[in-house]
Design a protein around this ligand. Structure first.
Ligand code: NAP
Length: 546
């Protein structure tokens, strides 16, 4: 059920208090929270319904690599008690069902325009409002504009020439059809072996006639070892949710994940080996719970990486394929670690082949398949799991122009910058949810969404209470935050891989780690301090001055 589109040509601007872009978990909560404060709120969403990334990513095998009991809203005890997860790591249909449940329960759909894209957001200096235009010709004027457009919503798509020539079917993982897709007996080619590709491979292999996996950079992937949740366990979690949420908010990852205070080399080689075997057997991100320093100690990191490479050799029967599947040249956990279900095992199936794009790169798509420097691979279907223009892609996807006509594109020409990943100087009352200079991809995104929206709501409440019309951070505060972000980035191994985290997957994008790597808890503390004592790092205009 979506809001219907109205003819809008020549329409007068619709005046509202707050405009929220995006109906993922962040946008949904923002709409709920701000309307609950009595604001008039309009949500805008390009998709046909709520769910954000989970609305679009319907590919086979799509599943969250965070525990479901942790990957859900914490703000409502009622929602917590009414919803019951069935698996430790929920699959996409269940997560989308949860988003729909929350939208129904909070009556959010009537506040969204679906299948509608924002085409521009321009600050009006004279009237101090954001004028937001949409692709159906509507114009909104909002006092506050909240960008909850998501860190992974602009897919990189098909990076080769010839797509129009292909006689078979081309599918994008990030824009997967709503109708069932059959692989039965087909010769399928899959390009991309990040978290998405690693999930697709075992599923497609079940029914495809032949599957060729086109791998450029191998990922480190660890066994997920997903399990169904027992009712007694779920009941116990529900009884203890308050404490679990508090622990999540006070953790570096904003979620209940394994953590350790034990440095790798503080125990004997035998103990290390036993701990690694145990982590492998338990699955998930247990390695991060076994040792404390895998992201800062390169030697410790390499020993864990080598352990995982040995496991690949144990699983994959063909030694040549096993070698090709082994990631080298970047630290484990510097790319987002993948959690899989029988990914390496799939390469033992006789109809599954690995094509090494580093050895023979893809040249182009032909009528009948993919041409590589080693010849053509004949295919009936091509699946692209080639990733996203992450963190900044959706924010730069339309014109955003601030005070005095300052363009966001110009401001971020050398890389994203903001104060706390929440606000930017020269962009008054423009708020980012899960912005590129917060912990973004390094924290539980639903915890982060809620923390960001709560901060934004408090800031708006403060303005309304004090008779203030706008706020923006000072240049000095923004620079100080970016100095902190870059300073921390130098200490972590996360910046040592060429990934979407550092803009390395998009040609021409500024390179560098601009995410905050100090951990969710410290980030939350910085946000809290910034609000305390009257928002000293922000400049306000009073409503009376206007
Ligand atoms: P990704 O990690 O960026 O992986 C994209 C893959 O496509 C890489 O293997 C990349 O190789 C390959 N590729 C791109 N262009 C190519 C080309 N021209 N030729 C050959 N290969 C090419 O994207 P993703 O897998 O969609 O994952 C993105 C993020 O989404 C993850 O990091 C994660 O945060 C999130 N995600 C999470 C889950 C989950 O919760 N389980 C599932 C899916 C996604 P190179 O590395 O060589 O560029």
């Amino acid at each position: 059920m979506t809001a219907s589109k109205q003819p809008a040509a020549g329409q007068q601007p619709i005046r509202i208090d707050a405009l929220v872009i995006g109906a993922g978990f962040g946008g949904m909560y923002a709409v709920h929270k701000l309307s609950g404060m009595g604001l008039t709120v309009q949500g805008i969403e390009a998709g046909g319904d709520v769910g954000g990334v989970w609305y679009w990513n319907r590919y086979p095998g799509a599943r969250c690599d965070l525990m479901s009991l942790d990957y859900c809203y914490a703000f409502s005890p009622e929602l917590e008690q009414e919803w019951t997860w069935t698996e430790q790591f929920a699959a996409q249909p269940e997560i989308l069902a949860y988003a729909n449940f929350a939208a129904d329960r909070l009556d959010l759909r009537r506040r969204f325009l679906f299948e509608t894209r924002v085409t521009g957001a321009v600050y009006q200096d004279a009237t101090r409002v954001w004028r937001v235009t949409t692709d159906d010709g509507r114009v909104f004027e909002a006092t506050y504009c909240v960008m909850a457009s998501g860190p992974l919503s602009i897919p990189k798509g098909v990076p080769f020439d010839g797509a129009d020539d292909f006689k078979g079917e081309i599918l994008l993982a990030a824009k997967w059809p709503h109708e069932p897709v059959s692989f039965e007996g087909k010769r399928v080619g899959l390009v991309g072996t990040g978290s998405t590709g690693v999930q697709i491979v075992p599923e497609v292999a079940k029914t495809a006639g032949a599957l060729t996996v086109f791998q450029r950079t191998p990922s480190f992937t660890l066994p997920m070892r997903n399990v169904a949740l027992e009712p007694d366990y779920v009941a116990e979690i529900k009884r203890n949710y308050a404490g679990i949420r508090q622990a999540a908010r006070n953790s570096p990852l904003g979620g209940v994940r394994p953590q350790s205070t034990r440095p790798f080399f503080s125990v004997t080689p035998e103990q290390r080996r036993a701990l690694m075997e145990d982590a492998w057997a338990r699955g998930g991100l247990s390695f991060l719970g076994a040792f404390s320093d895998l992201l800062i100690n390169a030697e410790a990191n390499e020993q864990v990486a080598e352990f995982v490479r040995d496991k690949i050799s144990e699983v994959v029967a063909d030694p040549v394929a096993a070698e090709k599947l082994k990631p080298r040249g970047y630290p484990i956990f510097a790319r987002r670690p993948c959690l899989d279900t029988e990914y390496y095992e799939t390469f033992n199936l006789p109809h599954v082949a690995l094509h090494d794009c580093l050895e023979s790169p893809i040249v182009k798509i032909t009528e009948t398949g993919l041409l590589t420097t080693a010849g053509e691979v004949a295919l009936d279907m091509l699946i692209f799991a080639t990733g996203y223009d992450g963190l900044t892609g959706a924010l730069l996807n339309f014109d955003v122009s601030g005070r005095g006509g300052v363009e966001l594109r110009d401001k971020w020409h050398d890389g994203a910058r903001s104060h706390l990943g929440l606000m930017m100087s020269s962009f008054p009352n423009l708020f980012l949810v899960c912005g590129p200079n917060g912990p973004a991809a390094l924290a539980n995104i639903i915890t982060l969404d809620q923390q960001n929206v709560d901060w934004i709501a408090d800031a708006i409440a403060h303005m309304r209470q004090e008779g203030l019309s706008t706020m923006q951070p000072t240049d000095r505060a923004e620079q100080a935050w970016m100095d902190t972000v870059y300073g921390l980035a130098e200490l972590t191994l996360v910046s040592k891989a060429n990934t979407w985290y550092v803009g390395g997957n998009i040609r021409g994008k500024p390179r560098g780690l601009s995410m905050y790597t100090g951990g969710f808890q410290r980030y939350g503390e910085a946000c809290r301090l910034a609000a305390e004592g009257g928002y000293a790092d922000f400049v306000f205009e009073s409503a009376a001055e206007g």
